[in-house]
Design a protein around this ligand. Structure first.
Ligand code: NAD
Ligand code: UGA
Length: 475
């Protein structure tokens, strides 16, 4: 029979993730594939989602992410160490390290509505852990959370724990993956951040245990350790910097459309300056996704709660420019078509918030289509990955097509919302032939060749480039 020490050694290798969404599934598939000696359990209260993950051997999973199915299959087939279950309590009991990757959306009610995080799932999970834990645990914040979440969680765990001898260590290990490139981001991350209590031996040991997981495949120099509050804040700061860059270039795009500058050339000029760098300088109809706006607004709320009103205004401005950009693009579509979209057939290409994902959370498609529907336009949507049901769930009156030709045949305008690579490969000469004239293209991603399209006869409108016969937009 195993001694207590041996039992502890065995339990150290059971890593649990609560929350089987994008972050939970992708991150722990990669961890399982690199760490054959760990048993990795990903659990969730959503039984349907768990059943979906358990069908990965058929090649079908609940969320589309390039390379994810293959990684799950690899972990399962080669290491036999990755398990998906809705038995959250059982997983907690079995674990010694618990990552929490549940959703932390923006609050829609009460104090902080529209900016603060809704931490109700987090609190629920903390209480479940407190009730079920019967051995010491390292609890890891994987979700993006407000600063100083760790002290609140520790308070809940310690005061609500059933077994009073159980001890908890809290670690912050925020996730930086981006959807569409998640597997690449996880396989070779720019950095891994582990924050924790650096003042006690137990705290330092817990930090080391989490670093050891990543050290299986991430070079040591890319694993950064900090104190808890630095780590929690660094995640929010990172997303705020990314959002800030997009809003900065989009603000410049608005000036370009007035003065005749070309935003693509400006991005190139800026990007060649090493101090500025060339990433996140792509002007667009607005950033989307479940996190950039949410995390910037969380910083607004945090700043306000520390009475840092000017700081809050700075971050609020990033989101305000994004809202302005979406509205500007939608208005430009209507104004360019003689201020009248009523009854006009508009083909919307792309519904996801970026290419290579089926995720529609905060996609700029939603606001742009809403403006067009308000003008009584006849909307046809095509997206290579977003399901008909999901689009109709948002807009029951649009037509969703499986074949893009049905969208553009007889259309007055083609609106590019998502930068899917396939949209660049279409035969636009043939498309022009079957559209009603004048045929408009509104390229919300600047992925098409303006000069070529203009030559074909299209009236082309891109972000941050003004066609001089364009009417002035009245917002
Ligand atoms: P998600 O909505 O895809 O998944 C969250 C999962 O948590 C859901 O499946 C939900 O059923 C589950 N859940 C909720 N309450 C639960 C409970 N009490 N017990 C068990 N499971 C529960 O969310 P996501 O996109 O994976 O994001 C999770 C967190 O990670 C968020 O804080 C987000 O800000 C952060 N994050 C997301 C990304 C991303 O690209 N999506 C990247 C980095 C960080
Ligand atoms: C973003 C961050 O990039 C991740 O590091 C972070 O982990 C994640 O948020 C999170 O916390 O959830 P994600 O939202 O998946 O990842 O996607 P991004 O690639 O950052 O794109 C966000 C939006 O900005 C998309 O709509 C994209 O099209 C848009 N974008 C991006 C631009 O308009 N221009 C750019 O130059 C870059």
């Amino acid at each position: 029979m195993a001694t207590q020490q041996q039992q502890e050694d065995i339990s150290v290798s059971v890593v649990v993730c609560i929350g089987a969404g994008y972050v939970g599934a992708c991150t722990f598939a990669v961890i399982a594939s690199h760490c054959p000696e760990y048993k990795v359990i990903v659990c969730d209260i959503d039984e349907k989602r768990i059943a979906g993950w358990n069908r990965a051997h058929d090649g079908t999973v609940p969320l589309f992410e390039p390379g994810l199915v293959e990684t799950i299959q690899r972990a399962k087939n080669e290491n036999d160490n990755l398990f998906f279950t809705h038995d959250v309590k059982g997983a907690i009991k079995e674990s010694s390290i618990i990552f929490i990757a549940v959703n932390t959306p923006t609050k829609t009610f009460g104090r902080g509505a529209g900016s603060a995080f809704d931490m109700s799932s987090w609190e629920a999970v903390s209480r479940t852990i407190a009730a079920e834990a019967d051995s010491n645990k390292i609890i890891v914040e994987k979700s993006t959370v407000p600063v100083r979440t760790a002290e609140k969680v520790l308070q809940i765990l310690n005061s609500a724990k059933k077994n009073k001898s159980v001890e908890f260590q809290i670690i912050s290990n925020p996730e930086f993956l981006a959807e569409g490139s998640a597997m690449r981001d996880l396989e070779s991350p720019d950095r891994v951040l582990v924050g924790g209590d650096q003042d006690t031996p137990a705290g330092r040991a817990a930090v080391q245990e989490i670093c050891d997981i990543y050290a299986h495949w991430v070079p040591q120099q890319k694993i950064i350790t900090t104190n808890m509050w630095t780590s929690e804040l660094a995640k929010l700061a990172s997303n705020a910097f990314l959002a800030q860059r997009i809003s900065s270039i989009n603000a410049i795009s608005a000036i370009c459309e007035e003065c005749g500058g070309n935003v693509e050339d400006i991005s190139r000029v800026l990007g060649m300056d090493d101090r500025i760098g060339n990433k996140y300088l792509k002007a667009s109809a607005g950033f989307g996704g479940s996190c950039l706006k949410k995390d910037v607004m969380a910083l607004v709320y945090i700043s306000e709660s520390y009475q840092l009103h000017q700081v809050a205004d700075f971050f609020r401005g990033i989101v305000a420019i994004n809202e302005f950009q979406k509205k500007r693009f939608a208005t430009r579509i209507v104004e360019s078509m003689y201020g009248n979209a009523r009854g006009k057939k508009i083909a919307v290409l792309g519904f996801s918030f970026k290419k290579d994902t089926g995720d529609i959370r905060e996609s700029c498609a939603i606001e742009i289509i809403q403006v067009l529907l308000n003008e009584n336009a006849d909307i046809f949507v095509f997206d290579p990955k977003v399901s008909k049901e999901e689009i109709l769930g948002v807009f029951p009156t649009v037509t969703v097509v499986d074949d893009v030709t049905e969208a553009y045949t007889g259309a007055d305008a083609l609106v590019i919302i998502t930068e899917w690579d396939i949209f660049k490969t279409y035969d636009y000469a043939a498309i022009f032939e079957v559209m009603r004239k004048p045929a408009f293209i509104f390229d919300g991603r600047n992925i098409l060749d303006n000069a070529k399209l203009t030559q074909l006869g299209f009236s082309v409108h891109s972000i941050g480039m003004r066609t001089w016969d364009e009417p002035k937009i009245l917002l």
